[in-house]
Design a binder for this molecule. Structure first.
Ligand code: 1HN
Length: 357
């Protein structure tokens, strides 16, 4: 017997539960013809407000890191393909989701290790957490990773990684594969060699499109930004300079979005990315929006009130603010927060909503 009616208040309001008994035989016969009554599920399908399945959650880096290091003892990057511990939202266990629509995981490379080349329809972001001498090669161009750098792997671009340094390197992977899979549009392919050939010098993309200039006559078909490494040094400098002459936004402090310089749109067509500075002592006004957001603390300390919960955070910690849940941040030191969400998808579909509280 279907228990949905007893469990969902929305259904109780629209369906006469005593009358339901007399409909059971009809439901059973309809099910045999791949038919089902809408009125038993309507209000669960179309809710009055967002009902996020993901929960607010904080991962403290000091608690995560030992697990990352232990994973290095247990599996090689060759066997794992990608040695990643997935950030599993406790509201969506076993689904490899950090929010309802997005994936998040922490990847670790030890000195001398590489991760083999492959490509996929899903777009990826890397946000560097720890370590300095690793690289990622994307579509034939290498870039070195520094903490705080935001790096893009566009849809179907070949990519591999390696750590040339003397210490472990850790980064956050954010991917849109759940959006891709909802649309049943996934492809993936392994490259038939241990590395993909390097075809362009390091810094080529930045030289071509990183100075508000672009090579005349070159056309760019992709919706993804041709800049694939947004170095933290430059991002931090821009935001700090802006903070010296502007007033902070009441809800966000000094918050910048990562742009595709060719279009003015978001850097990745399916994942919005931002960096914000919350000056020490600054308390944001309450805010909510329909995009569930993953925050990574780059610098500073503070506390975020998310619904009824309070998360105290520091450098390298990661936390999630679910859709439509009120959030307020209070920074006790100048704090830089990276964020990623599905806002750009919602904007394209005319679904994004936000409000100051
Ligand atoms: C992937 O390709 C990477 O390239 C990391 O480093 C994490 C998670 C799911 C699917 C593909 C990478 C991934 C991934």
């Amino acid at each position: 017997m279907n228990m949905t009616i007893e469990q969902d208040d929305g259904l109780v309001a629209t369906v006469d539960r005593e009358a339901e008994a007399g409909r059971m035989d009809f439901y059973r016969r309809a099910r045999g013809k791949n038919l089902a009554p809408l009125w038993r599920v309507l209000h669960g399908l179309v809710t009055e407000q967002p009902v996020p399945r993901c929960a607010p959650v904080l991962w403290r880096y000091s608690e995560l890191r030992p697990y990352l290091m232990e994973s290095c003892d247990l599996i090689s990057t060759q066997e794992a393909e990608r040695r990643v511990m997935v950030l599993e939202n406790p509201g969506l266990p076993g689904q490899s989701r950090v929010t309802q629509s997005l994936y998040g995981g922490l990847q670790v490379l030890l000195p001398g290790e590489t991760a083999p080349p492959h490509r996929h329809a899903a777009s990826a972001l890397r946000f560097i957490i720890e370590g300095t001498d690793a690289y990622t090669a994307v579509a034939g161009e290498k870039t070195m990773m520094e903490p705080g750098d935001f790096i893009i792997t566009p849809s179907m671009a070949w990519h591999d990684h390696g750590n040339d340094g003397a210490a472990p390197v850790v980064w956050l992977d954010g991917l849109d594969m759940h959006i891709v899979n909802t649309l049943a549009a996934s492809f993936r392919e392994n490259y038939p060699a241990p590395t993909h050939p390097i075809e362009r010098p390091e810094g080529a993309a930045m030289a071509e499109v990183g100075s508000n200039l672009a090579p005349l006559g070159q056309t760019y078909a992709s919706q993804t930004s041709p800049i694939f490494n947004y170095p933290y040094r430059r991002t931090r400098e821009a935001i700090s300079a802006m903070a010296s002459f502007r007033k902070p936004d009441p809800c966000h402090g000094f918050k910048m979005r990562y742009l595709n310089p060719l279009t003015g749109g978001w850097a990745i067509p399916t994942i919005s990315t931002t960096m914000q500075l919350l000056p020490h002592g600054f308390e944001t006004r309450g805010y909510r929006s329909t995009d569930s957001t993953v925050f990574v603390v780059v610098e500073g300390e503070g506390v975020s009130k998310i619904g009824e919960l309070e998360f105290h955070w520091g450098p390298k910690d990661i936390f999630v603010v679910p859709s439509w849940m009120p959030v307020q941040h209070l920074a006790s030191q100048d704090a830089f927060l990276f964020g990623y969400s599905d806002r750009v998808v919602q904007e394209k579909l005319d679904l994004f909503r936000e409000e100051a509280l």
